[in-house]
Each structure stands twice: as C-alpha cells, then as structure tokens.
Design a protein around this ligand. Structure first.
Ligand SMILES: [Zn+2]
Ligand SMILES: [Zn+2]
Length: 130
C-alpha cells in the first residue's frame, strides 16, 4: 500500500515538473490516468494537497474558477492572460526591494511577496495583430 502511494506521488510530481502550464487538478488527473489508468480523482487531489503542504509544489490562487498547480516552487511572478486564461511564468527577476519598501512603510516584518500580472500573452497578442 505504502509503495503504491509513493509511486502515485512521484508520478504526479513528475507530471507537474514536466509542464510550465500551471495545470488544474483535473488536467493533472487526466495525465496521471495515462500512466495509471486506475488512479482516482480523490487520490490525485489528496496527493496535490500533500505535495503543496510539504512545499514540493505550489498551489496558485490566480484562477478563481479552479486551483492551479506549479511544479517550480522558487518564487517567481506570473501573468494570467485575460484572453485565453493561460497562466505563464514571467522571466523577470524578483524585486526584493519591495519587501524592504513594505517593511519600511508598515513597520512590519516582510519576508516575501507574490505578484500576479494580468494582461495578454504572446500568442493572443499575435492573434490580435493579424
Ligand atoms: Zn492568451
Ligand atoms: Zn509558475
């Protein structure tokens, strides 16, 4: 039993590490089923929860309709495309000075921050200019 659980977790982690699309739990479930046809939705959801609690993946709240998951857990900024709904990693460096700025303004202790940008992604921009 234990063995199987470990394997399920590994496969789910692998699926997430191999995509940059920040998929929903349902998408991950579909992918996991290709490898393990008998895996249940509940198992996938439970593993996602455990993995995010242990810090191996990140749960994103950028999408109001569905929870999305990120296989890369270092801090980075995201863009949610308002046209197609896709979530992208932004290849820009973190503005660490924002932590200091917020700390100075509020007198509190600030360790990190999260930024989500909203706009148009590259494919949607290209479609719009045609
Ligand atoms: Zn788009
Ligand atoms: Zn990301």
């Amino acid at each position: 039993m234990k063995q199987r659980n470990t394997r399920q977790k590994k496969i789910i982690l692998q699926i997430l590490r191999n995509t940059r699309s920040h998929p929903t739990a349902d998408w991950i479930y579909d992918e996991a089923r290709k490898v393990m046809p008998h895996i249940s939705k509940g198992t996938v959801y439970r593993n996602l929860k455990m993995l995010s609690q242990s810090g191996q993946i990140k749960e994103l709240k950028i999408d109001k309709k569905a929870r999305r998951y990120d296989g890369s857990c270092h801090n980075h900024y995201h863009l949610k495309c308002e046209q197609c709904g896709c979530v992208y990693d932004l290849d820009i460096s973190l503005r660490k000075e924002l932590n200091r700025w917020a700390a100075e303004k509020t007198g509190l202790v600030i360790h990190s921050h999260n930024i989500e940008f909203y706009g148009l992604c590259q494919p949607c921009l290209e479609k719009a200019s045609k």
